[in-house]
Design a protein around this ligand. Structure first.
Ligand code: TYD
Length: 192
């Protein structure tokens, strides 16, 4: 099963993925986690470009869209491993939410693997800016409002669960477990 976590910056994806992984392992599942951008050469290049002052310019954004798409081609084989649960921190759905134009971004990502389950950690944009200190490329309120709206539209195309990420870590974690449990034949109430 390929489970993807999406959400705007600061939504708590990495913390929640770790908690879900530990819980699934305690229930006997083999779990592997992934992060996009990856730590490949392309992923490193992406992180460098994201630091540039002109990272929001249209031409740089188009370069980034191509690099995000290229970077995820490195992990396609791993994602096709059916022997375990793979949980990914972001996916091509981040590109659909952050980059544009949508039709082109869909086209360059057409070989990217679709998730079996998409978990959207839905965080208030003002909280996102406060949590991330609002200084990096994508961390401003107007931009993130658009990204959040994109996510709420995009999730409809996939098997998904929207989780309110404005709550405390433990509440969010138990909401995620309850949402994931039925897909794996787990009883949500007896193993929290
Ligand atoms: P992320 O690793 O979530 O941020 P951080 O380094 O703070 O942990 O991702 C880096 C940024 O890249 C984030 O603002 C979202 C953005 N991004 C895209 O715009 N498109 C994509 O396809 C991906 C995977 C990430």
């Amino acid at each position: 099963m390929y489970i993807v976590f999406e959400g705007i910056d600061g939504a708590g994806k990495s913390t929640q993925i770790q908690l879900l992984k530990e819980w699934l392992e305690a229930n006997g599942f083999e779990v592997e986690t992934m992060v996009e951008p990856t730590d490949s050469e392309v992923g490193k290049l992406i992180r460098r470009i994201l630091q540039r002052p002109d990272a929001n310019d249209d031409d740089v954004q188009r370069v980034l869209a191509l690099l995000f798409a290229a970077d995820r081609m490195f992990i396609m084989d791993k994602l096709n491993d059916d022997s375990k649960i793979i949980i990914s921190d972001r996916s091509f759905i981040s590109s659909l939410a952050y980059q544009e134009p949508l039709e082109w971004v869909e086209e360059i990502n057409k070989y990217a693997k679709r998730p079996d389950l998409l978990i959207l950690l839905d965080l208030d944009v003002k909280k996102s800016v406060a949590r991330t200190s609002g200084k990096d490329t994508f961390e401003n309120e107007e931009f993130l409002t658009g990204v959040r709206d994109n996510y709420l539209d995009l999730v409809k195309n996939y098997e998904h669960q929207i989780i309110d990420a404005n709550n405390g870590v433990n509440k969010v974690s138990s909401d995620i477990k309850k949402a994931v449990a039925p897909y794996l034949g787990l009883c949500p109430d007896c193993i929290l």
